[in-house]
Write a new protein. Structure first.
Length: 310
């Protein structure tokens, strides 16, 4: 069966490298913005998933409602108000989208760039629509509005491709609790885990990060970063946390909490114990596991303390 033409074009867009120089320049510019803690706010770390899809509902909903009113004569004033609301709320939604875009892979950024361009065209068309309405050129205002809605539709299709086919913004560690079997799993002898060094092991074919602190406490997290599956075992360990080497997300070793974005979801974490000189791990909240942050215990009941990071 011949490949769907739209999917063929999208796949070709993912592989097209000619805009990569521009993408790199834009990415550096977005990352250099002095947003401080506002960057995590725009990523949606507080919400548990990207905030951009939520924010775009207002401009899209306003513009769609304006189009419905434009189908009925004599409702130009109400339509113009909705067009204005859409324009006023498009900017913060775009800023959130650009902040997320700057932390994606190149293939995702190529699609994302065209997504942003399509929405920029839509904003321009709706701005023209509003100007025409203010000047009393209702027919032209409606025409620009319908063209703007078409551009928004193209942008939405590309956004859907980013979210569902390319999994940008998805939790890349979500499957871990569903594939790791209950119970304790031996991951190696204590001597195999140098103090303060991230070590990669595997449990039921799931990569696991194991870190032994100098005081003896052992921590274990899912090794693939929830943001874009970066290898945490290649990251840096400091202050009781591990930093992803790909995009800088920071996770607390004691319970997997995402201390800093762009990751919006925490890492699945494991209880640990030392039995006969070997480290064993068990996924938290399985088989009656204790709540995150309550500490690891050896089989004899001796507790290991956890480092904390604010």
């Amino acid at each position: 069966m011949r490949q769907n033409r739209v999917l063929w074009l999208l796949d070709r867009l993912e592989r097209e490298p000619r805009a990569d120089a521009l993408i790199d320049t834009l990415r550096r510019g977005v990352r250099a913005l002095p947003l401080g803690r506002g960057r995590d706010l725009l990523h949606g770390r507080w919400l548990g998933h990207p905030v951009h899809p939520l924010m775009v509902q207002v401009p899209i909903g306003s513009w769609l409602s304006a189009a419905v009113l434009d189908l009925r004569p004599g409702r130009s004033r109400e339509s113009g108000l909705l067009v204005g609301v859409g324009l006023g709320t498009a900017a913060p939604a775009a800023v959130a989208g650009w902040v997320d875009w700057a932390e994606l892979h190149h293939r995702q950024q190529r699609v994302g760039l065209v997504h942003a361009l399509s929405n920029t065209v839509a904003v321009g068309l709706y701005a023209a629509s509003l100007v025409c309405r203010v000047k009393g050129r209702e027919g032209a205002g409606r025409a620009y509005g319908f063209l703007g809605l078409t551009a928004v539709g193209v942008g939405g299709m590309l956004g859907g491709h980013l979210a569902y086919r390319q999994a940008s913004g998805a939790n890349h560690a979500e499957e871990v609790p569903n594939v790791v079997s209950p119970g304790w799993h031996r991951v190696g002898s204590v001597d195999e885990f140098p103090a303060g060094e991230p070590v990669r092991r595997s449990v039921d074919d799931v990569p696991v990060l194991v870190v032994r602190e100098s005081g003896g406490a052992v921590h274990a997290l899912a090794e693939r970063c929830s943001h874009l599956a970066g290898p945490l075992s290649e990251g840096t360990v400091a202050d009781g946390c591990v930093r992803c080497p790909w995009h800088g997300s920071v996770f607390r070793l004691s319970d997997g909490w995402n201390v800093r974005g762009p990751a919006t979801a925490p890492q699945p974490s494991f209880e640990t114990r030392i039995t006969g000189g070997h480290v064993e791990v068990r996924l938290r909240h399985q088989n009656g596991g204790e709540p995150a942050g309550q500490g690891n215990r050896t089989r004899s009941g001796a507790a290991h303390g956890h480092g904390d990071h604010d």
